[in-house]
Design a protein around this ligand. Structure first.
Ligand SMILES: [Zn+2]
Length: 205
């Protein structure tokens, strides 16, 4: 677990050129969830969530639940880092759009790592699937600024397929990624990538 956080922090140092440091910490959070606090610049990863995710994967008979939970942490660190960037770059986005942008940033950071990152993004998508409430796949909780878990899973799978269709062909024709949506994933992914690259331009100079 400590190693996962270190890895996440190191990735931030490597990929983001920010004027100020973001500290990544793991802590018990009593159901509050992982978060980024702009004032203290602390990115907090919730231990309880990691344990819950591990159980989810275990119940789903995942052969390597620790590995899968680690992948979710990696995605979470990048998601929260996305919030830090939205803040630093003063991007004016609605709450929902900011959440989607943070998910897209996480996808970008993982996919750019190649096969291993893609594998982690798959596992993060799987976690959304496993934690989604059963029933209406399109249902969205209005009290939550995030897209629904199933939408978030579908988006990640679409980005994976859009980024490398050959490697991720097995994701198409599944419950989450229809052939119809998959056809547009190359374009969706290109848009996600160029939007973030453009947003990051001032920070990279
Ligand atoms: Zn968020």
């Amino acid at each position: 677990m400590g190693k996962v956080l270190e890895k996440g922090a190191a990735a931030l140092d490597t990929f983001l050129v920010l004027d100020r440091t973001v500290t990544v910490v793991g802590r018990s959070c009593h159901g509050q969830g992982s978060s980024y606090d702009a004032e203290s610049r602390r990115l907090e990863i919730c231990y309880d969530e990691v344990a819950e995710d591990r159980s989810l994967f275990q119940e789903a008979r995942d052969p390597r639940p620790d590995d899968a939970a680690t992948a979710v942490v990696a995605e979470t660190v990048f998601h929260e880092a996305g919030h830090a960037l939205v803040d630093d770059l003063r991007l004016s986005l609605s709450d929902r759009n900011e959440e989607d942008a943070a998910d897209q940033f996480a996808a970008l950071m993982l996919i750019r790592q190649g096969v291993e990152g893609e594998r982690q993004l798959r596992q993060a998508a799987r976690e959304y699937e496993l934690s989604a409430p059963t029933g209406d796949a399109s249902a969205t909780d209005d009290r939550d600024e995030h897209s629904s878990d199933l939408q978030r899973a579908a988006n990640h799978l679409c980005y994976l397929y859009g980024a490398s269709p050959t490697r991720n062909a097995d994701l198409v024709h599944t419950r989450y990624l229809s052939a119809r949506r998959a056809a547009g994933c190359g374009t969706e992914w290109a848009h996600v990538r160029s939007t973030w690259t453009r947003n990051l331009a001032p920070a990279l100079r």
